[in-house]
Write a protein that binds this ligand. Structure first.
Ligand code: NDP
Length: 284
């Protein structure tokens, strides 16, 4: 069964190794390195862990990072002022706004205030629009990581039926566009999709990103399908589960990502990648 696993950790390590080599080179040649600023408002537990992991990942490849932890009652204006400062800060090439933001802050307004040239999450409408048009852009890290994994394992995309389960702006929609750019025939499913099981059962590639533990069952999957599980769900037992019933689906799939150890590590890796790209662009 091990030969069916799409190992996100392994692909991540390879790409992070390449990033580190390039950052070391930049450090030796110009003594400047890419910089990432993470902005966290409030004390949401998982968000604190994500930001810490991102900082560690930066350190490991030599990317400079700084964290801006703001209290829960920070005003929208104060947050916008900080982003404006980071937009103009020379040693910062990427700005990450950790979501969710507290309810009194307009998330769209805040994300749109990030300079698109430093929008390493790929959430700004300029980058989303460029992706839509097939122009160079910062691609949202999770879907970008998915494509990198498919490429690493030389999984054929062209002409395949790809079904993306979920239509969020940060995962489902950009994943669908990327697969379309690679010439898959793409179907996007969501909570109002009729005959979901039938649509899934015709897929050569499934990207599941709905946030429902073990939702995709073996009965919904075609023999030999490639399964990418984006979901991260905490079970009552405290264990993590994806959106795919991994234990049963693995035997029907040709390749499958585990949770954890699949898409997750790739998301952070592509953030590092985008930060390096932003730096390279700033010096070119
Ligand atoms: P959202 O909640 O923004 O979107 C969920 C999508 O799933 C919506 O489009 C929704 O449909 C659809 N959906 C929900 N329930 C069903 C259902 N029963 N049948 C069909 N469609 C359904 O989630 P995200 O895209 O942000 O995240 C999805 C999952 O991926 C989560 O578990 C999240 O934690 C995980 N994630 C993991 C990352 C990683 O690095 N591994 C990164 C980002 C997210 P509708 O639009 O109709 O409401």
């Amino acid at each position: 069964m091990d030969d069916k696993i799409i190992d996100g950790k392994l692909v991540s390590e390879k790409i992070r190794g390449e990033i580190k080599i390039r950052v070391d080179e930049l450090k030796n040649n110009s003594s400047s390195v890419p910089g990432l600023a993470a902005v966290l408002v409030g004390d949401d537990g998982p968000s604190q862990i994500y930001v810490r992991n991102k900082r560690k990942a930066c350190e490991n490849v030599g990317i400079y990072s700084e964290e801006h932890k703001l209290p829960e009652d920070t005003s929208e204006d104060d947050l916008l002022n900080l982003i404006n400062k980071l937009n103009n800060q020379k040693n910062i090439n990427g700005i990450l706004i950790q979501l969710p933001l507290p309810k009194h802050i307009n998330e769209t307004k805040v994300l749109n205030s990030v300079n698109p040239d430093k929008d390493v999450d790929g959430f700004h409408p300029v980058n989303a629009g460029n992706l839509f048009e097939g122009k160079p852009s910062f691609i949202a890290c999770t879907p970008h990581g998915i494509v990198k994994m498919l490429e690493h394992y030389k999984i054929e995309i062209e002409g395949k039926n790809a079904v993306v389960l979920g239509r969020s702006n940060i995962v489902g929609k950009p994943a669908a566009i990327l697969l379309l750019q690679k010439n898959a025939t793409v179907t996007i499913c969501h909570s109002r999709t009729k005959n979901l099981e039938k649509v899934l059962s015709e897929a050569d590639i499934i990207v599941a990103a709905i946030g429902r533990a073990n939702f995709v069952k073996d009965s919904m999957v075609k023999e030999g399908a490639v399964i990418i599980d984006v979901g991260i769900n905490r079970l009552d037992t405290g264990k993590l589960a994806g959106d795919v019933d991994f234990q049963n689906v693995i035997s029907k799939s040709s390749m499958i990502t585990p949770v954890p150890g699949g898409v997750g590590p790739m998301t952070i890796t592509m953030l590092l990648w985008n930060t390096l790209q932003s730096f390279e662009k700033s010096i070119s």
